[in-house]
Write a protein that binds this ligand. Structure first.
Ligand code: NAD
Ligand code: LMR
Length: 340
């Protein structure tokens, strides 16, 4: 098993010279699960990001091919492919940001929690390695069930004495991406200008889009439309799982969402002001230890967890309804990490 060193980063393409200068900080980003459905597209999108100087692609199989392919793109970053557990340390050493889309996806009829038995162990192993090889990296958790895998990661980091709540993120950006798209369609506004916070967690009713705070507010949406928009956002993942009919879950839209969130994290690390995204993080804005809400990103990760703002009666009911399920998913993750 050989690691592959690909790309020299020495020839400045037009894209490179337009988007980064010699003062742009060096940033090493790892994708764990890089040969998978999300991983491959996400690796491509991270290769296009001029904030990345080193791109480390890790999987248990298939990464040499993905790394060789992506490395031919004439953008800033050097690409390295790592395969198999004995190369995980090298993949992680010196990372500023680790993105984790490793694990099995849903098939029709499954809930995200049905993935727990396999993915919990995968995430635990990867986070143990992160605490050893790059304890200061920001971690973007994509692997499902996010409502449990983020608490698992926090417990692993606590046990190794490396936990910093500002550096651990559950990626809920796809919920925001969906809410924006669906809202723009119904409100008949330019989708590129739309903002919709999505709070709670990342599974079924724990996904709570706050359409009462959506901008621009072009026309009044009926209660019926708002209910349908909320349900479609909550069931967006299932919509894709069913359409793929056994061939997995969202990969392309997730890679886009994951790349957006990673870019926001890198901007925060680089000191860009006012970078705000929704994410599932350690939080005290509800009684639960983790909750997704708007978060201000900075040089150390989470700079500020922003409050929920004013909620409609419908959203308040949604919030009350989601708390028990989210609580039990969080507790399941914490229990798993501490018993095994
Ligand atoms: P996939 O099966 O196509 O890819 C998963 C990859 O993970 C595979 O290449 C596999 O080899 C790799 N892998 C397995 N064990 C590993 C380990 N120990 N170390 C490194 N890599 C390992 O699946 P996918 O469609 O890319 O989905 C991946 C995960 O992302 C699933 O759990 C899915 O539910 C989740 N997901 C989350 C969101 C979200 O919004 N957070 C959206 C879509 C999918
Ligand atoms: C999604 O929202 O698309 C992901 O969580 C994948 C899934 O299983 O729905």
């Amino acid at each position: 098993q050989q690691s592959l060193r690909r790309g020299t980063g020495s020839s400045a393409s037009q894209l490179n010279s337009r988007n980064f200068s010699s003062s742009t900080p060096h940033r090493k980003v790892a994708v764990l699960g890089a040969a998978g459905g999300i991983g491959q597209s996400l690796s491509l999108l991270m290769k296009l990001n001029p904030l990345v100087s080193q791109l480390s692609l890790y999987d248990i199989a298939g990464t040499p091919g993905v790394a060789a392919d992506v490395s031919h793109i004439n953008t800033r970053s050097q690409v390295m492919g790592y395969v198999g557990e004995d190369q995980l340390g090298k993949a992680l050493e010196g990372c500023d940001l680790v993105i984790i889309p490793a694990g099995v996806p849903r098939k029709p009829g499954m809930t995200r929690d049905d993935l727990f038995n396999i993915n919990a162990g995968i995430v635990k192993g990867l986070c143990t390695a992160i605490s050893k090889y790059c304890p200061n990296a920001l971690v973007n958790m994509i692997s499902n069930p996010v409502n449990s895998t983020v608490p698992i990661a926090s417990e692993v980091f606590k046990k190794s004495g490396t936990y910093d709540e500002r550096r651990l993120f559950g990626v809920t950006t796809l919920d925001v991406v969906r809410a924006k798209t669906f809202y723009a369609g119904k409100a008949n506004v330019n989708v590129a200008e739309v903002n919709v916070p999505v709070v709670g967690g990342h599974a079924g009713i724990t996904i709570l889009p706050l359409f009462s705070q959506a901008t621009p507010q072009a026309n009044i949406l009926s209660d019926e439309v708002l209910t349908a928009l909320t349900k479609r956002t909550q069931d967006g993942g299932t919509e894709v799982v069913e359409a793929k009919a056994g061939k997995g879950s969202a990969t392309l839209s997730m890679a886009y969402a994951g790349a957006l969130f990673a870019d926001a994290c890198l901007k925060g690390l680089n000191g860009v002001p006012d970078v705000v995204e929704c994410s599932f993080v350690q939080s005290n804005i509800t009684e639960l230890p983790f909750f997704a809400s708007k978060v201000r990103l900075g040089k150390n990760g989470v700079e500020e967890v922003l409050g929920l703002g004013a909620l409609s009666v419908y959203e308040k009911q949604g919030l009350e309804a989601l708390l028990p399920e989210l609580k039990s998913s969080i507790e399941k993750g914490i229990k798993f990490a501490n018993q095994s």
